[in-house]
Design a protein around this ligand. Structure first.
Ligand code: NAD
Length: 370
């Protein structure tokens, strides 16, 4: 049985409650003889600030860097709203992304048939939706220099952000998209604004070249980012993998998120470059939602986004695609059987708590594994 070393960072708010359910699933996989997981637990966000005045300690950073993958809950909450900016809870997540070189953010948007009515779009538009948005995470306008507000001679102010991409940055994110498309429906849609932005012209050129020379069998289409936003709410099922830059990815992935109905359902992965020796990439897996302080400690949180993030860990970091399929099937079956946490229950429907949802998924895993 293969053995893996995972670093768990539950964080704040509902983070620890949903991580408990992932831990129970890790144990289940071990007991079922599918894979063995050694885990270490660290502190990130507000709880790390309370413990040692930093959003993540150096020793926890070292643990994150040496693990096969990091599982991250959520950080933040009103208790830490006034802590100094550089040690605010989110600084822990940003440091992990930066130091581990996590340049590719993967956000699947899957609409389970049982939840199609929870989406703000019509059932036929979203039912069975399964798309993957790949957002470049460490470049572009959020990081480009100059980035400043200056006062002009006439007293007016001028703000500048710089959209900046190099060939290398575009090539590596394009390869992530093409590689993943090959494991899915073999189609990449690249979104940029080449009609008005030089960075869009280069993005388009580089993605086209990588596609032609390295992935001639993968279908590639280009779409202007604003049109892509429109198409996502018109007929999202036309897409398989969408690859885009940091800014457009921020917006497009949030649009795609709403197609699926609830924040509590959305997993994500952030991957680094493959190690030249081992071929393994550094990786962090986390739900898209935050620490939900309004429901923290009440046992109401939906653990599916966190459990789905673990399914992505199995698939993308550990090479356990079959185990990932099993876990995703167990989630789909539990939803199809009508089990709901409060955030996904419709009016009048009974809702279960975090622990009951986790237990239902483990019971179904045992059925699916037979
Ligand atoms: P949020 O995602 O925490 O909550 C938004 C709403 O969705 C709340 O009503 C919450 O109860 C609900 N919700 C979220 N996850 C849920 C789940 N799993 N099950 C059921 N309901 C769920 O966003 P927010 O309220 O804007 O932010 C709260 C805190 O989280 C802030 O401190 C913010 O900075 C932080 N935050 C952290 C991350 C992260 O750790 N990656 C991301 C976003 C926000």
């Amino acid at each position: 049985m293969s053995s893996f070393n995972l670093f768990l960072l539950p964080g704040d708010g509902i983070g620890p409650e949903i991580m408990v359910e992932v831990k129970a699933i890790l144990d289940w996989f071990g007991q079922a003889g599918i894979a063995k997981f050694e885990t270490e637990m660290g502190l990130v966000g507000g709880c790390a600030y309370d413990a040692h005045g930093k959003a993540i300690s150096e020793s926890d950073m070292a643990m994150a860097a040496s693990a096969d993958a990091v599982l991250f809950g959520a950080v933040g909450g009103p208790k830490w709203d006034k802590v100094p900016y550089d040690v605010r809870p989110e600084a822990g997540l940003l440091r992990l992304r930066k130091d581990l070189g996590l340049f590719a953010n993967l956000r699947p948007a899957i609409c389970y048939p049982a939840l199609a009515d929870a989406s703000s779009l019509k059932r036929e538009v979203v039912e069975g939706l399964d798309i993957l948005i790949i957002r470049e995470l460490t470049g572009g306008v959020y990081f480009g220099e100059p980035k400043e507000i200056v006062t002009l001679e006439n007293g007016e102010k001028r703000a500048v952000d710089t959209q900046l991409y190099t060939t290398h940055e575009i090539e590596r994110i394009a390869r992530v998209a093409f590689d993943l498309a090959k494991t899915r429906r073999n189609k990449v849609s690249s979104a940029e604004k080449r009609n008005v932005m030089k960075s869009g012209v280069l993005w388009n050129e580089v993605v086209t070249r990588v596609g032609k020379t390295e992935y001639p069998d993968v279908e590639l289409e280009h779409v202007l980012a604003d049109n892509c936003a429109m198409q996502l709410v018109r007929w999202p099922k036309q897409y398989d993998v969408i690859v885009t830059d940091n800014l457009f990815g921020d917006v497009l992935s949030d649009i795609a998120a709403m197609l699926t109905g609830s924040l509590g359902m959305l997993p994500s992965a952030s991957l680094g470059a493959p190690d030249p020796v081992t071929g393994r990439s550094k990786a962090l897996y986390e739900p898209v939602h935050g620490s939900a302080p309004d429901i923290a400690g009440k046992g109401l949180a939906n653990p599916i986004a966190m459990i789905g993030s673990f399914a992505m860990t199995l698939r993308y970091s550990l090479g356990l695609g079959e185990a990932a399929d099993m876990l995703e099937k167990a989630i789909a079956n539990v939803l199809a059987s009508g089990v709901r946490t409060k955030d996904i229950a419709s009016a009048g429907q009974n809702a279960v708590g975090t622990g009951e949802m986790g237990a239902a998924i483990r019971r179904e895993l045992a059925v699916v594994a037979r």
